[in-house]
Design a protein. Structure first.
Length: 265
């Protein structure tokens, strides 16, 4: 779809070709944008062209069309999604767990010993509902682990969170509001336990220090001596957790590759 009006709605797209392939690129205006910028999310595979508020739509379309090969190359790097279907392998607390369906098993998933060794996620009921049930199960497990970790760290600091909420944001693993409400990504249940524990400690420390000052980091390292290792794990592997199940809400951005006007393709 070609767009030549000045007004752009949230869902406007332009079709871009690379060889025999055609891709849809979302066009978005931003008041703080100073140039055309193409981004391809390594989480969702979504291609977005951001442009200045008063930028020329024709020029934006030409910019997108001129970089069709660049978009195609980035899309080929997007990891394949892994659905929580029987036969797939999910991560639970950093360890692989095959998803196994048995007619005699309960519909509500549970962790059980695998006949070949290790652990599995066992589920029954209608197999068509297994992906949703497994994801809901993992959210419940995440809530349980995070509540325990937050409670432990809160007691150590003598603070109290007003609430704990699980979300599915793409890159912000945790946050703390000025009102003392903690938010976490449920996908932390797929990371090693020490990574989840670090995020819990990090956000609890914000209940005392709503900043990233030296005092804040001193609190974090005191609660979680393995802070550096946990952050290194998230940097190396965090984006891969978004391959699993249903995608996130994207409220906090993406892990992506970008190209701005004037840069070489």
């Amino acid at each position: 779809m070609r767009l030549f009006r000045r007004s752009i709605s949230e869902n406007d797209t332009v079709s871009v070709r690379s060889g025999a392939e055609v891709f849809e690129v979302i066009l978005r205006r931003r008041h703080d944008a100073r140039r055309f910028t193409l981004r391809v999310s390594q989480v969702t595979g979504e291609a977005t062209l951001t442009m200045p508020q008063r930028g020329d739509v024709r020029a934006a379309v030409r910019f997108a069309e001129a970089h069709g090969d660049w978009i195609a190359a980035r899309l080929r790097r997007v990891p394949k999604r892994i659905e929580f279907r029987p036969g797939a392998v999910a991560l639970v607390r950093g360890a692989p767990h095959p998803i196994v369906w048995q007619a005699s098993a309960r519909a509500v998933p549970a962790i059980a010993p695998h006949p070949d060794g290790g652990m599995m996620i066992l589920t029954g009921g209608d197999p068509r509902h297994a992906p949703r049930r497994v994801q809901e199960f993992l959210r419940r497990e995440a809530a349980r682990d995070l509540e325990r970790a937050v409670d432990r760290h809160s007691r150590a600091l003598g603070v109290r969170a007003r609430s704990i909420t699980l979300r599915d944001q793409r890159t912000r693993w945790g946050s703390c509001t000025a009102a003392g409400r903690l938010n976490f990504s449920w996908r932390l249940i797929m990371a090693p336990p020490e990574v989840l524990d670090y995020l819990a400690a990090h956000e609890v420390c914000h209940l005392r220090e709503m900043n990233h000052s030296e005092r804040f980091w001193a609190l974090v390292y005191n609660l979680c001596p393995g802070t550096d290792e946990a952050e290194a794990w998230l940097k190396a592997h965090g984006a891969s957790l978004h391959r699993y199940g249903v995608g996130g809400d994207g409220a906090d951005g993406d892990s992506d590759a970008g190209l701005s006007a004037g840069e070489a393709a």
